[in-house]
Design a protein around this ligand. Structure first.
Ligand code: FAD
Length: 398
């Protein structure tokens, strides 16, 4: 196992951390209170600075303008960016685009690469990933009902999706649809690229989540595909490969998420410590930091975050060295355990802040609302625990 960081990467991490602290975190007040339009201008200005620093799109392929970092390296970058909700978008590696870049890079035709991948990595357009449906269990996508039927040279797509994150303002969606209902369950569906200006692509609404419908990149769209016609040349990969490609997208995506969550957990702990040290709770000047319960929380969180970090770096190192398939157990383990650590860190930081913790005067309440979903998307806790437990038990029986 080797988690050594090159001098070059160490310098890059230091530059990113300073930029997040000095330029991105100060924008959080406006992010939490301002309008999306005002923020858009400022985010673009910061993105320009990131490009000038040569740090744009760190994990994306070099031939398309990224820095081509390995999984382990990008994990460390993702942790540094995760310290602010704006970090990933300012550096051009936000979900769901980052996952779409990976699968386009691996499976797109030369034409699809020029039309969709190149402008996506350049940050000229945004994209979305449209798999989950309101009426079928997302935890078992073999049940999905959206169809793509061949008609002449086209596919005609019909179905209802929701939680198509960032559909609002996206230039295209990668849609998972059934292309052969009679095939074995894991060969029924395919991925198809659908430009969002195609007639029949209807963004019904941005679904309100924890009281906020959001807008633009920060939204979760309900999309109705009604006789939505695209050329068959928009198929991504081969027909029937939808599940295999989805699996490819999810493995590395979980490293990105987990390292981003560790950035959140770290910053929440920092905010907790800062508040505990400053908040005077007795006439003698004692602070919250003088109370044993707070000291125990800090100690427990520190140990939990450091173990979660090592688990995640180990999983990233496994992906880099033996591939995502062989790292299935490690990936499942981090998905539920890191989400749990991150949510506990945010929750305890809110508790230490008292009433201030549930206001939007700090970033904590934003994370509490938006990161709860970490235990649901990209495989719910229970699904990962079941598959990991089952595999471990089988291995123990042999
Ligand atoms: C913030 C957010 C962003 C998202 N972004 C996207 C996106 O961009 N594109 C997209 O296509 N989808 C997206 N999703 C959808 C996400 O992938 C699904 O919510 C997820 O797959 C779970 O599917 P479901 O919601 O239908 O829950 P269900 O499948 O109905 O499951 C509900 C619950 O049942 C339990 N459960 C399910 N299966 C099992 C089992 N086998 N054993 C034990 N318990 C089980 C789990 O607790 C689970 O949370 C997003 C979701 C959220 C919350």
């Amino acid at each position: 196992m080797d988690f050594d960081v090159s001098d070059e990467l160490q310098t890059m991490l230091e530059m990113i951390t300073s930029f997040i602290n000095d330029e991105v975190i100060p924008l959080e007040g406006e992010f939490l209170h301002g309008t999306p339009e005002e923020l858009d201008e400022q985010v673009r200005a910061l993105q320009g600075k990131v490009r000038q620093m040569g740090l744009w799109a760190p994990n994306h392929p070099v031939e398309f303008g990224g820095l081509g970092l390995s999984m382990l390296e990008h994990g460390l970058v993702s942790e540094a960016l995760g310290r602010s909700p704006l970090g990933h978008i300012v550096f051009g590696v936000q979900a769901p685009d980052a996952g779409n870049v990976e699968i386009l890079h691996a499976h797109a035709t030369p034409d699809q690469r020029e039309r969709f991948l190149r402008p996506l990595v350049a940050g000229e357009i945004r994209s979305c990933f449209s798999m989950t449906e309101p009426e079928t269990a997302g935890s078992n996508p073999t049940l999905l009902e959206t169809t793509a039927t061949k008609d002449g040279d086209d596919y005609v797509i019909n179905g209802q999706k929701w939680f198509t994150s960032s559909a609002d303002g996206a230039a295209f969606a990668i849609v998972m649809a059934v292309t052969d209902p009679d095939a074995p369950p894991h060969r029924r569906a395919s991925m198809i690229i659908v430009p969002t200006d195609t007639p029949g692509f209807n963004l019904v609404r941005n679904v309100s989540v924890m009281g906020h419908a959001g807008a633009g990149h920060a939204s979760h769209g309900e999309v109705s595909y009604q006789s939505c016609r695209v050329p068959q040349t928009n198929l991504l990969g081969d027909e029937g490969e939808g599940f295999a490609i989805a699996q490819e997208r999810l493995g590395p995506g979980r490293i990105h998420h987990c390292m981003r969550w560790l950035g959140i957990a770290d910053r929440a702990l920092e905010l907790l410590c800062d508040r505990a040290n400053r908040r005077v709770i007795t006439a003698d000047g004692e602070t919250l930091a003088d109370r044993q319960v707070i000291q125990h929380w800090v100690a427990e969180l520190d140990a939990d975050i450091r173990s979660a970090r090592l688990l995640t770096l180990h999983a990233a190192w496994m992906i880099d060295t033996v591939g995502a398939k062989a790292a299935r157990n490690e990936i499942s383990a981090i998905k539920f355990s890191v989400a749990d650590t991150m949510l506990r860190s945010v929750d305890r930081a809110i508790q230490v802040h008292g009433a201030l913790g549930v206001t939007d005067d700090t970033v904590l309440a934003y994370w509490y609302r938006h990161e709860r979903a970490a235990r649901i998307y990209d495989g719910a806790d229970e699904v990962h625990k079941t598959s990991l437990g089952r595999r471990l038990l089988r291995a123990a029986a042999t």
